[in-house]
Write a protein that binds this ligand. Structure first.
Ligand code: HEC
Ligand code: HEC
Length: 368
């Protein structure tokens, strides 16, 4: 009782003391700037820990996208006194003037070939303009001081080290067109850019002290992440029950099926859904709410022949991961075959292990 009262008092005190300058958020149109620092999103951009300014929320997902073993930090910035609107199945609605920032950094398994001291690689921004979302990445200077706009993307040579191997690879910062190929929706027929991870099922998780770095919330606490967004006045319409949730792909306490479906959802379903090109072309639907096993690939012959299949016949042969194109294409780094075809240069060993387990656990079946 008493410690939590003290926490609340500290919180009230700090919140009332942290009225710092507001970042450059405009409910009309946000000017696209050359350097990340010019947006004023982070209080201390040059420091090792970037602290986002007010009206922000640093969040996490149950299962993240695999991006070559980089570390990722994600922050939502809303214009003052505005809110996101909860939707149960789709990405939340955002007010114009919102910015979502996702920063990719070297994890302990990665190092730079050029030996520069900086750990940050790129900060991707989704900026909500009156006409829709604008997507672009800013590439860091190798010293963690500032990042520069990269319309055409950039290649950064890196090394991936594990206990028994060391591999050089090219980390690719995506171009603006490539942002669109993943952050796309054809719903309502016109193509638009949409956020991917800001959905109830991905955000419905415990919020731990690890991601508690915003000024508004300096006190260590554990609570549901969506609940906390609501408490901070940043999320409207959160229902009391019935909020969807996907699994954490790495949590062995959850079922292999739930973990694999969460993995496919965040890594593949932004293209493999009914409103995106990948799903429309291949008819392979990998969203977590897809219940038809043949749409998921069981005994499904690929729409497009060619080297993508690696000589295999079906997307999934239940009980036989080694005969399943879905596993082959997620494991390979062969251009033209690998899935996703952008966004990675390495194989996600843990993800592949999970997908194999999932398929091998299915009732064995010989496809016709
Ligand atoms: C290979 C597909 C892919 C590409 C290419 C891609 N993204 Fe994303 N992006 C995702 C996925 C999946 C998520 C959600 C999962 C996560 O955050 O780990 C995401 C999340 C984000 C987020 C956090 C908000 C959200 O949508 O969940 C931002 C901001 C973002 N991307 C910006 C960009 C920008 C800018 C580019 C281009 C420079 C880009 N992305 C390119 C797949 C992609
Ligand atoms: C950036 C969009 C995109 C992402 C992300 C993506 N795919 Fe694809 N995928 C496509 C497109 C487009 C096709 C059709 C052309 C082809 O076969 O190369 C396709 C085809 C496939 C096929 C052949 C399906 C068929 O029946 O024709 C498989 C299997 C597949 N993808 C698996 C995956 C898996 C598994 C993931 C996630 C690990 C994934 N894809 C992520 C765009 C994407």
């Amino acid at each position: 009782m008493i410690p939590s009262l003290i926490k609340v008092l500290i919180l009230v005190f700090i919140v009332s003391c942290s009225e710092t300058a507001k970042p450059n958020l405009n409910p009309q149109e946000i000017k696209i700037l050359t350097n990340l620092s010019e947006y004023g999103l982070f209080a201390n951009q040059g420091d090792t820990q970037m602290v986002p300014k007010n009206e922000s929320f640093k969040y996490d997902l149950n299962t993240p996208l695999f991006s070559d073993y980089t570390d990722k930090d994600r922050v939502i910035f809303l214009p003052k006194d505005t809110q996101m609107q909860y939707l149960s199945e789709k990405e939340f609605e955002f007010p114009v003037g919102s910015i979502i920032a996702k920063t990719f950094s070297l994890s302990s398994e990665l190092s730079r070939v050029d030996n520069k001291p900086g750990r940050r690689l790129e900060t991707r921004l989704l900026i909500h303009q009156p006409k829709g979302w604008f997507a672009v990445s800013y590439v860091w200077d190798g010293e963690d001081k500032d990042a520069h706009i990269a319309y055409a993307g950039e290649n950064i040579p890196l090394i991936h080290k594990t206990v028994d191997s060391q591999k050089k690879f090219t980390y690719a910062v995506p171009s603006r067109n490539q942002c669109t190929s993943c952050h796309q929706s054809y719903e309502g027929r016109t193509q638009s850019i949409v956020p991917i991870g800001i959905k109830a099922k991905h955000l419905n998780k415990e919020y731990t002290s690890k991601n508690t770095i915003s000024f508004r919330d300096p006190v260590e606490m554990t609570t549901n992440q969506l609940e906390l967004m609501k408490k901070k006045g940043m999320l409207a319409g959160l229902p009391f029950w019935g909020i969807p949730k996907v699994a954490d792909f790495a949590n062995v306490d959850e079922s292999v099926n739930d973990r694999a479906r969460a993995y496919l959802d965040i890594n593949c379903a932004h293209c493999h859904n009914k409103n995106a090109a990948g799903g429309m072309n291949s008819k392979l639907i990998l969203s977590s709410d897809e219940s038809d096993i043949s749409s998921l690939g069981a005994c499904k012959t690929p729409g497009s022949a060619g080297k993508g299949g690696g000589g295999l016949r079906y997307d999934i042969v239940p009980g036989h991961a080694d005969q399943s194109i879905l596993v082959y294409r997620t494991e390979t780094t062969e251009p033209g075959a690998m899935m996703p075809q952008i966004g990675r240069a390495l194989t996600h060993v843990e993800g592949i292990e999970l997908l194999k387990k999932w398929i091998n656990q299915m009732d064995k079946k010989d496809c016709p």
